[in-house]
Write a protein that binds this ligand. Structure first.
Ligand SMILES: [Zn+2]
Length: 173
C-alpha cells in the first residue's frame, strides 16, 4: 500500500470555512428580440395567436407591439427556442439579446482546507505503462488501467488525509 501525499505547499485555509456561501446556478438563458421594420407575416401571426402558424407562441412571445410609421412596426418579445427557428426569419431590423440568469442556493461551507495531491505515476502490471493516478479509472471498488483496461493492475494506494498532511507540515517547522 502506498499513500499519495498531499502537496504541502498547496494547503490553503478556506477563508469561507464555517460560513454560509452561495452557489450560483444557471437558471435559464432568455433570448429577447427587438424588431423594427416592415410588418412580417409571422410576427403578425404570433400577435394574433395563430396556432396554425408553425412559428406561433410556442416559439415567440411578442410582449410589445406598435406602429411607428404608416407601414412600419416596432415590436419586442421573447424567443423560446432560437435554435428551432430558420435563419431567414431574422431579417434586417432584428436585434437579439441574451441574458444568462442565475439564482443562488445557500450552502454551508464545511471544507476547511483546499489542497492538491502530488502528481504520482503508477506502473500498470498489465502493460508496464506509467499511468498518472488521475487517469486511472475508478469503478466501485476496482480500478482500471486506461491503457490496457486491466483491472486492479496497480499497487494498492490511498490518498493521504488532510489531518496527516497538516501534522507533516507542523513537524517540518
Ligand atoms: Zn495497463
Amino acid at each position: 500500500m502506498i499513500i499519495i501525499p498531499i502537496k504541502l505547499s498547496s494547503i490553503k485555509l478556506n477563508p469561507n470555512y464555517n460560513k454560509f456561501g452561495n452557489y450560483k446556478v444557471l437558471d435559464k438563458i432568455e433570448t429577447r428580440f427587438k424588431y423594427e421594420g416592415k410588418p412580417l407575416d409571422w410576427i403578425t401571426k404570433a400577435i394574433e395567436n395563430d396556432f396554425n402558424n408553425k412559428y406561433n407562441l410556442n416559439e415567440f412571445l411578442v410582449t410589445q407591439y406598435g406602429i411607428i410609421n404608416n407601414d412600419e412596426i416596432a415590436c419586442e418579445g421573447v424567443i423560446h427556442n432560437p435554435h428551432n427557428i430558420p435563419k431567414q426569419f431574422f431579417t434586417k431590423g432584428f436585434k437579439i439579446e441574451t441574458d444568462n440568469r442565475h439564482f443562488s442556493i445557500p450552502y454551508w461551507e464545511n471544507q476547511q482546507y483546499f489542497f492538491k495531491y502530488t502528481k504520482v505515476k503508477l506502473k500498470c502490471f498489465g502493460c508496464n505503462t506509467l499511468v498518472n493516478i488521475y487517469n486511472i479509472i475508478n469503478i466501485d471498488s476496482f480500478n482500471k488501467c486506461p491503457e490496457c483496461e486491466s483491472l486492479d493492475s496497480f499497487v494498492d494506494y490511498k490518498y493521504e488525509k488532510i489531518e496527516d498532511a497538516l501534522k507533516r507540515k507542523e513537524n517540518k517547522k
